[in-house]
Write a protein that binds this ligand. Structure first.
Ligand code: ATP
Length: 284
């Protein structure tokens, strides 16, 4: 992992024009290049607004009063337009149909690149490359509307990846999908991560986030309540429960085993960690 700061957010406060109080309050965090940040929090806590501040959708398209600074790879983005940010910060939305607008899969991937002035040859190369990365080779001539939900979301991811942004933001990319679709998308995200992608993902899937994310940020009523590794954040069960959130089920189970049966297996956050912890306890 690189030591370069990818995103630095300092004193970020944002208020929509028609609300009485800010929806984001004095937010601070730093994300290193190659890290993936997971943002969690109950509904209305400000997750989407925060994500949209990072690519300037807020406050340039969705307006309001923004204070504080956001730097992307050392550059203050306060004077940038959304178009200006497109090749630096890619955004994948919750509902793929809203993002897909073209007649064929290859046209869909070419569409975003078209705005960046990329040559035809390079576009052809990138279409093949990204289709391979998301497991949609052979689908070039298909209509995006004829794909399954998981395939559509992978196409939406491919069309953002083809623009080669340094940072990918994904706002609940699996919330509209069934378990199979969710698995397909996370399999792709894991693969992309191995290329050193810097990412920000909003999701309610704490099990998947525990193993996928490097850092977790917990938002509540516009404030950062916790920021740390998944282990640090998901070990704070009392705090999470106060905010009506849960840790991964294995962490919840370990907590109940300790409290109700006095069996201490620590605080595993993934099934793999839990299995190891149980092995140690059963050997003892
Ligand atoms: N354009 C807008 N104008 C005024 N208020 C807004 C606007 N968009 C969002 N809000 C309000 O800002 C708060 C934060 O909304 P936001 O969508 O960022 O939260 P969220 O954590 O992403 O929620 P969810 O999990 O439901 O998607 C909410 O109270 C919401 O009603």
């Amino acid at each position: 992992m690189s030591n370069r700061d990818a995103i630095v957010v300092e004193n970020l406060t944002f208020q929509y024009p028609d609300t009485e109080t800010p929806v984001l309050k004095n937010i601070h965090f730093t994300l290193k290049e190659g890290e993936v940040l997971g943002i969690i929090g109950r509904t209305g806590s400000g997750k989407t607004t925060l994500a949209m501040c990072l690519n300037r959708l807020v406050p340039t398209v969705i307006q309001g009063n923004l204070e504080g600074t956001i730097s992307v790879f050392g550059q203050d983005i306060s004077q940038r337009s959304v178009a200006d940010m497109a090749d630096k910060v890619g955004f994948v939305f919750q509902e793929p149909e809203n993002q897909l607008s073209q007649m064929t899969v290859e046209e869909e991937i070419a569409f975003g690149m078209g705005n960046l002035g990329i040559s035809r040859e390079e576009m052809k190369y990138r279409i093949q490359e990204t289709l391979k990365q998301v497991g949609l080779e052979g689908f070039e001539k298909r209509s995006p509307l004829a794909l399954s939900g998981g395939q559509q979301q992978r196409l939406a991811i491919a069309s953002v990846m083809a623009m080669r942004p340094s940072i990918m933001i994904m706002d609940e990319p699996t919330s509209m999908l069934d378990p199979r679709g969710k698995n397909e998308v996370y399999d792709v995200l894991r693969k992309i991560k191995t290329y050193g992608m810097t990412g920000v993902i909003i999701d309610h899937e704490v099990e998947r986030m525990a193993s996928y994310c490097d850092k977790i940020l917990v938002l509540d009523d516009g404030e950062v309540i916790m920021f740390g590794t998944p282990k640090e954040v998901f070990s704070e069960l009392t705090l999470l429960h106060e905010m009506e959130m849960n840790a991964p089920q294995v962490t919840e189970l370990a907590d109940r085993l300790r409290k109700e049966l006095q069996i201490d297996v620590g605080s595993p956050i993934t099934v793999e960690e839990a299995v190891k912890a149980f092995q140690i306890v059963s050997i003892k």
